[in-house]
Design a protein around this ligand. Structure first.
Ligand code: C2E
Ligand code: MG
Ligand code: MG
Length: 673
């Protein structure tokens, strides 16, 4: 072997080793980061290692063999195929970084197929004809340098132009590729010079060193690029985590913590600040009617509309809680300004919204607090706005309210009331009264509705409206329901006339108790313990409760019906009167709300509605009760409309147990059937 051959062998061997090392490095990175371009680069350098080592063998050891020798043909085929495959993989790997889609399997196969065809063509064409030495040499060696050089040049410029400045890895890679391209094209030129003019450039003996160096340089650039890329990804992940700490992922609005810190900053700067707290009040109904997707839509739409209003007024919108949104900012010096924004928010939320072709109505309440007059810390401002909002909500749907100092007093009173309520159970201050229900045709007593009262030590007898909501807030409403059920069943036993028509007791049941899975079992146990027959117990459930969990309601209603306990839909017509639900849920009857009773004689449209309700209920086999009959005219109207049972002050107010028993005794007994 002469010196030149040994030098070639060393250079190719060194180049091959470098390429192999780079392939191992990228394989390792691919294992860690699992990114496509790393695998493509790893394979590309593997192909380069193969190309260089087979080239070394082919030039040095097989150089003396005839071109058509099968061993030489095989080695040059492997060599050339890997050379083109290397170029294809390098290009695909680099492009993979800026492509949004991954290379499809078909695309990869097509590119590798093309590279292989090129390689095989170069290796096999003219291989068997000693006449075409030049052409063969050009195809095997020259063309590979030309194609490789042009591809590297294009890639180098593409990277340099495409990617932003200041990225060292990309700049190094671009430069390395351009140098590599210059090296390959230079070698190609030397072949042309030799083939065309028989000139051999003297420096060509050492040009292989440049190839190894530029190749090292490319690998180096790619590694720096990769590290920069990973650093960027880590920074982006940190930014995203930071964003999540301050913003609500669903709506993109600032969360409670961020909103409070923005507010605090404004207050520190002693700026006049206005806070509007908005709550979407009917998410429960939306969930019942449209499912959780409907709730998501309601929240996303509310966020969008509230943010729109905030932006138009130079305010900041936020989502401090699941169903709460807020708007805050400075410069709204007058109450009127804040009021106008509240109206604008309510108008925006009232705009129609559709879900699968059905209208989804949003209901909201807004509380407004102003700094510095209402509060001077962010927390206090928020709680005052919430107090105002709760008041607005109590007054009705789609309202807003400003904070007023009496709300503090109100909150204080509520705390006292709650403490007293806790004690009321222990001190036996709750009383059950009974209001008779009358047969619509004979006007005889056919039942009693149990109504709870609170004999307050200083304030006298309180009615449920004054304390039921507080019991709910305290989580004690189920205790009340159990207490009432127990007392009502015992009371009902005492007014049954032996052998006579049973006189049932109707008990109002809260949503919380009715929704419990074990509610039917509780009723079974209660009936067994008290000895009251199931037919003498009637339950009244408010419409909204039944609709919140319709599937659960159906199961409970079926169990209760099987027991023989009747269930009535109370306050019918006030809530989400869905006739569909009436058909789906197995109720025994409806109690038409008092508001209709008042209106039937005044408003012909209400009269028409009530007639329709009656007709519908009767056609479904349901019983109809009218509550709140106060005048003979109302009695006459409902009697003639065919109402099955009647209740109201016109007949009797609610009375204590003894009075109810006495009343039953006084009224003539109907013949037992
Ligand atoms: P409700 O179940 O619709 O009860 C009917 C209410 O209308 C009762 O008010 C009753 O006194 C009143 N009422 C009946 N006839 C007339 C009338 O002719 N004119 C007028 N102005 N009012 C009439 P009350 O006792 O204040 O009860 C209010 C609501 O409190 C009840 O509405 C019910 O939802 C709830 N409630 C009452 N007792 C209980 C209870 O023991 N447990 C539960 N969970 N809720 C109860
Ligand atoms: Mg009732
Ligand atoms: Mg009612």
């Amino acid at each position: 072997m002469d010196d030149w051959t040994i030098l070639q062998l060393v250079l190719y061997g060194a180049g091959s080793l470098v390429a192999l090392t780079q392939s191992v490095v990228f394989t390792h990175y691919h294992r860690v980061f699992r990114r496509d371009h790393l695998l493509l680069w790893a394979l590309s350098f593997l192909a380069l290692a193969l190309y260089l080592s087979t080239s070394a063998i082919s030039i040095t050891l097989l150089g003396s063999m005839p071109a058509s020798h099968p061993l030489r043909l095989t080695v040059s085929s492997i060599s050339l195929v890997s050379a083109y495959v290397q170029v294809a993989l390098l290009i695909m790997g680099t492009l993979a970084i800026w492509r949004t889609h991954r290379w499809s399997r078909r695309q990869v196969i097509a590119a590798l197929g093309l590279a292989t065809t090129f390689g095989l063509f170069g290796a096999l064409a003219f291989a068997f004809d000693p006449q075409y030495v030049q052409e063969r040499f050009f195809l095997r060696v020259g063309l590979r340098y030309l194609v490789g050089g042009l591809a590297a040049l294009a890639m180098g410029f593409a990277i340099a132009i495409r990617w932003p400045r200041g990225r060292l890895g990309q700049q190094l890679t671009a430069l390395a590729l351009i140098l590599y391209a210059a090296d390959l094209l230079h070698i190609f030129a030397s072949y042309c010079a030799q083939a065309g003019y028989g000139i051999t450039w003297p420096w060509m003996r050492h040009v292989g060193v440049a190839s190894v160096l530029t190749q090292l340089f490319i690998g180096y650039g790619l590694v720096v690029w990769l590290l920069e890329d990973e650093r960027d990804r880590a920074e982006r992940a940190t930014d995203a985590a930071e964003h999540l700490r301050h913003f609500d992922p669903m709506t993109g609005l600032p969360n409670r913590q961020h909103m409070l810190s923005m507010l605090a900053r404004q207050l520190e700067q002693q700026q006049d600040t206005t806070l509007l707290l908005v709550r979407v009040d009917n998410l429960g109904h939306i969930a019942a009617a449209f499912g959780m997707d409907g709730v998501d839509l309601a929240l996303a739409t509310s966020a969008e509309r509230i943010d729109e209003v905030a932006r138009s007024r130079g305010l900041f919108a936020a989502r401090p809680d699941a169903d709460h949104f807020s708007l805050h900012g400075t410069g709204l010096d007058t109450e009127a300004g804040a009021g106008r924004i509240a109206e604008q928010v309510l108008d925006a939320l009232a705009r129609p919204l559709f879900w699968n072709g059905r209208e989804l109505a949003l209901e909201a309440s807004i509380g407004i607090a102003l700094a510095p007059q209402d509060a001077d810390t962010a927390d206090a401002l928020q709680s005052r706005a919430e107090m105002a909002r709760a008041r607005a909500r109590r007054e009705g749907a789609m309202r807003y309210r400003f904070y007023a100092p009496d709300l503090d007093a109100e909150a204080q009173q509520r705390l006292v009331l709650q403490a007293e309520l806790r004690a009321a159970f222990a001190r036996d201050e709750l009383v059950l009264e009974f209001q008779p229900l009358l047969d619509g045709w004979s006007l005889e007593i056919c039942g009693f509705e149990a109504l709870v009262r609170w004999q307050h030590p200083t304030r006298g007898r309180l009615y449920p409206d004054a304390f039921i909501a507080e019991l709910e807030a305290l989580g004690m409403i189920e205790d009340l329901d159990m207490w009432v059920l127990e007392r009502a069943c015992t009371a009902a036993l005492s007014w049954q006339r032996p052998g006579g028509e049973p006189i049932p007791v109707a008990v109002n049941i809260s949503a919380y108790s009715f929704q419990r899975r074990d509610f039917p079992d509780t009723i079974t146990t209660l009936l067994l313990r008290t000895g009251l027959s199931a037919g003498c117990l009637e339950l009244e459930i408010v419409e909204s409760i039944a609709l919140e969990l319709p599937e659960r309601a159906v199961v409970s209603l079926d169990c209760l019906r099987e027991l023989g306990v009747r269930v009535m839909l109370d306050d019918f017509g006030t809530g989400f009167s869905s006739l569909k639900h009436l058909r789906q849920l197995p109720f025994d009857g409806i109690k038409i709300d008092r508001s209709f009773v008042i209106d039937v004689l005044v408003d012909p449209r209400d009269a028409a509605i009530v007639r329709a309700m009656l007709a519908l209920a009767h056609s479904l086999g349901l019983e109809v009760v009218a509550e709140g009959i106060e005048t003979p005219a109302q009695l006459a109207w409902f009697q003639s409309a065919g109402c099955d049972r009647l209740q109201g002050f016109h007949f009797h107010r609610s009375m204590e147990h003894e009075a109810a028993v006495a009343l039953v005794k006084r009224t003539p007994e109907r013949a037992a059937t």
